[in-house]
Design a protein around this ligand. Sequence first.
Ligand code: ZN
Length: 520
Amino acid sequence: MSSLHTALRRLSGSSHCSQIANENPDRRRLGFFLCQNACMKKINKYSSLISALLIVSACSQDTAPSSEPVAETRDDQIDLIIMGDYVVSMDESGSVYEDGAVAIDDGLILAVGPANDIAAEYSSRETLAGENRIVMPGLVNGHSHAAMTLLRGVADDLALMDWLNNYIFPAEVQFVDPEFVRIGTELACWEMIRGGTTSFVDMYYFPDTIAEVVERCGMRALISATVIDQRSPDAENASDSIQKGIGFIERWKGKNSRITPIFGPHANYTLNAEQLKATRAAATEHGVGISIHMSESPFELQYSKDTFGMTSVELAESIGFFDGPTIAAHMVWPTEAEIAILVERRVGVIHNPTSNMKIASGISPVTAMLQAGVRVGLGTDGAASNNDLDMWEEMRLAALLQKVDRMDPQVLSASTVLTMATRGGAIAVGLGDTTGSLEVGKRADIIQVAFDDVHHVPTYDVISHLVYVTDEQDVASVIVDGKLLMREGEMLTIDTKRVALEANALAAKIQAALSERNQK
Ligand SMILES: [Zn+2]
């Protein structure tokens, strides 16, 4: 860019822009950007006058000594330009740019459009080439228990309550400590970044440790402090877990813009109505949301009717549980009346098709919920019930499961499923203004997918390929908040060799202890 442009950009960072920045720090980045655009428009209007002034100024500098020639400075460069044969924006109108690019500075998306236009407007310190690459928003995993990667495959082929009560809960009480959570979450972040997931909603124990890992690895996450009325790895009962959760929220709220602390009441079969109400009250008092398992299995359906005389969604509605932001994972068994409640209370529902199939929880009425206007995203659930964190697989299974369930291949199209994994998922978990699509002013959470592998040849329809063909191994580069976390398959923020060694060493101890227990 020219020195004139540089000078104009400097002028645009004037008092009006600074005023917005100072008035409201939360709006600072977006406000500054929008303001800068507004200022640029005003400046362009008077550009000939300013040009004349600059020429006069430059002429007068000719006669005076100058130690810093304007032409040499490069502070007009933005941080990053990401190019692609296709840029799939996932904005509301479904814009796809062939030979497109995304301009990024200071973690924000500055522009999305044809590569030629971006190149004419911006110069960047780093550029990711776009040959055989699809650029799209990073995936949003709306429900996970990240550290359970360390329990991957430890107990398969069991019903939910048998699996939870006889394997997972006892194993967790015995083995889960901050070190387990650190290693398991690092392993999960590695797997998620490798597969193009940039944001996730987690629910597990020792949430401070989860947050510390997320802070280091560079991902974006909503991290739930688990609330459960039984002895768990980090608390004695429900009130103890709420108290510990409050401490976590106070330590992490507002600390890092990528990390949102929330409460994670486990379910209504591990908490009674008073404890659910107390959790919502604590969340409201601290201005945070909630993530919960809801209407997951036939067991829960029966338990809820026997214990509360109503279904899980009806119970939640009757006690004011939906009075604040709520993410409800699974939602396999809602009635029509409950779906209406989910729409009205703006509950974000997360569909976990692999977990629902593996534990035989049932088939969620995703098509009906979407048609009714429920905000539905996708999640993997924990790696102990999946057994991986592959959002491409979730997309594919979500589409196929609805088609066979409804005996209609037209329900849940590829583009609807891709929306659930990106913009729709971001809206469902409360990150709709921040991420989920490539739009000016959103944070730069972006992936580049390679499509030169044999299974992508030929390419007639890029959206079809992304949903029905792409695997996590096709993800080439991953950017969160404008920072590269993986470049052409190379992990940049996680020491993968160390994590693999630590995970295998811990798994060997778990295996030995489980064998000993089973022999008794
Ligand atoms: Zn879960």
